[in-house]
Write a protein that binds this ligand. Structure first.
Ligand code: FAD
Ligand code: NAP
Length: 461
């Protein structure tokens, strides 16, 4: 879209994950010019640093994002961190609109004693480590422990459990970071326990991910038949219209698992239900997890909740991974909804503390609506935010003179002399894929920002 003098309006998008890319594609389609920023020299957000490396097909969504990047009016500003290198105000002054799409990079906390003991880890960090995110490349995880407990019953918990038990032949053709392959293949973990605070009917797994657990080369999946004797409230809910087909199918799959005779594979993934963590135990290192038995009760709004019964037990384990959801990090100069862990917004328009709209500022993706939904969910979400930008443009709210494309680039380069452009990323990409080819892997990831800069530095555009 253009202003009254037919000059394209210029938009900064901060966060080059799926939501940022979907918004960029739609805005360029509408005639806006887009600068897509990311804190990392590499694009694609959780598609690169979250999606499990043994799911390469899912990562092919980046082909669509590459098409967007090839369009006129698109620029990538990699290695520029909002809050460190530039402020929201500095961008808002220079662009007609700023769209925040920087995701939810930290973890929800359990709030129980022992949560910070060595050996108690956030899934957010563990996942980023095995995916080669530079911030976590120096982390280390001791997988010599016999049992790992993963708290949570979502797809991230399944990813974590699966990665720990993958066989070498399943792991070696992937783009898992080299440091993680070394740890996984040298690991001695016999059992990964997935701990759900509610029952099988309420698990947040999706069907293909749950089915995949039953097809692992070196691990049996164990479900206790007694856990499939559902309480009356869960039975009634599953039979009602409120339940999703996914939940019904999950229970069916788990019934099949419960009826299976374990094949005696080297490792096990054990699904345990109706236990909440109360305390992570240990002196200098995790030694166990104290849990309380729950029962399912219906809340006033009809939702099914976990209520502690008072019965407790201790699960011996040497490592705990807390996989209970992601959370946004507040950033100076941006209104934050502390309760939900998001940028305060109304349908994608950023809102101030008094509820008024901050004209020209928008949010999209996980930092707008919370950490749920698959990659494709962000396409519709981006369409909703872009529709608000279009409306505001048509109302003349975004008009006015702003910095030119050249002025903005000069400003950013002054702050970040190591700026990585799209061509710079393509050089990193070529380097990684060519290293991968030699090993029959999609890529060997660079995990140090300095190495990325070095590879990108031959590129001047
Ligand atoms: C472990 C995991 C596995 C998943 N697996 C799948 C899957 O298999 N299939 C599927 O469909 N969905 C999957 N999802 C969901 C999917 O990844 C999300 O829906 C999607 O990535 C959310 O997109 P986003 O753009 O909002 O955030 P993100 O993907 O998190 O992107 C945010 C971007 O912002 C950047 N950023 C952060 N802070 C700043 C800052 N201060 N300045 C500049 N840039 C910043 C980050 O570097 C990142 O590139 C998975 C999610 C997780 C957590
Ligand atoms: N392959 C894929 O498609 C894929 C892979 C990974 C992620 N994703 C998507 O990414 C999104 C995020 O996944 P996620 O696994 O992080 O989140 P999620 O699906 O929201 O699951 C979070 C889990 O944590 C549990 N939990 C929350 N607080 C807890 C507490 N205090 N104690 C114990 N358990 C607690 C929840 O239980 P309750 O239900 O009881 O609250 C739930 O089981 C999801 O939409 C997911 O589908 C998709």
């Amino acid at each position: 879209m253009t202003d009254s003098a037919s000059v394209p309006l210029r938009v900064a998008i901060v966060g080059a994950g799926p939501s940022g890319f979907y918004a960029a594609g739609q805005l360029i389609g509408d005639g806006f010019e887009v600068d897509l920023y990311d804190a990392l020299p590499t694009p694609f957000g959780l598609v690169r640093a979250g999606v499990a490396p043994d799911h390469p097909k899912i990562k092919t969504v980046t082909k669509a994002f590459e098409k967007t990047a090839a369009k006129e009016g698109f620029r990538f500003f990699g290695g520029v961190e909002l809050g460190r290198d530039v402020t929201p105000q500095e961008l808002e002054e220079r662009y007609h609109a700023v769209v925040y799409s920087f995701g939810t990079a930290t973890d929800n906390r359990l709030g129980i004693p022992g949560e910070d003991l060595p050996g108690s880890h956030a899934a957010t960090e563990f996942v980023a480590w095995y995916n080669g995110h530079p911030t976590y490349a120096d982390h280390d995880y001791d997988l010599s422990t016999e049992r790992v407990v993963v708290i949570g019953n979502g797809n991230v918990a399944i990813d974590v459990a699966r990665m720990i038990v993958l066989a070498e032949e399943e792991l070696s053709p992937t783009d898992t970071a080299d440091h993680a392959i070394e740890r996984f293949t040298g690991g001695a973990t016999q059992e990964v326990m997935l701990l759900g605070r509610r029952g099988p009917a309420q698990a947040a797994f999706t069907n293909p991910e749950l089915l995949e657990l039953g097809e692992l080369a070196r691990a049996d999946v164990i479900v206790h038949p007694e856990d499939l004797e559902l309480d009356a409230a869960s039975e009634a809910w599953l039979a009602s219209e409120d339940a999703h087909t996914t939940n019904r199918k999950n229970v069916e799959i788990m019934r099949q698992y419960a009826a299976r005779e374990p094949e005696g594979k080297e490792r096990r993934v054990v699904l345990e239900f109706l236990w909440s963590p109360v305390e992570i135990l240990g002196e200098d290192q995790v030694e166990g997890l104290r849990v309380v038995r729950n029962e399912i009760t219906a809340g006033e709004d009809g939702s099914l909740r976990a209520r502690p019964t008072g019965e407790e037990k201790v699960i011996p384990c040497g490592m705990v991974v807390r996989s209970i959801g992601y959370r946004g990090i507040p950033l100076d100069g941006l209104p934050f909804d502390e309760r939900r862990g998001l940028i305060a917004n109304d349908g994608g328009r950023v809102t101030e503390e008094d509820g008024s709209v901050r004209v020209g500022s928008y949010a999209v993706g996980w930092i707008k609506r919370g950490p749920s939904g698959v990659i494709g969910t962000n396409k519709k979400d981006a369409a909703d935010t872009v529709a608000r930008i279009r409306e505001d443009t048509e109302q003349g709210l975004l008009a006015g003179e702003r910095a030119s494309a050249e002025e903005v680039e000069a400003f950013v380069r002054e702050r970040v002399p190591t700026l990585v452009t799209w061509d710079g990323w393509k050089a990193i990409d070529a380097h990684e894929t060519s290293a991968g080819e030699a090993q029959g892997r999609p890529r060997v990831k660079l995990v140090r920002v300095e190495e990325m800069h070095e590879v990108a530095s031959g590129v001047t555009r």
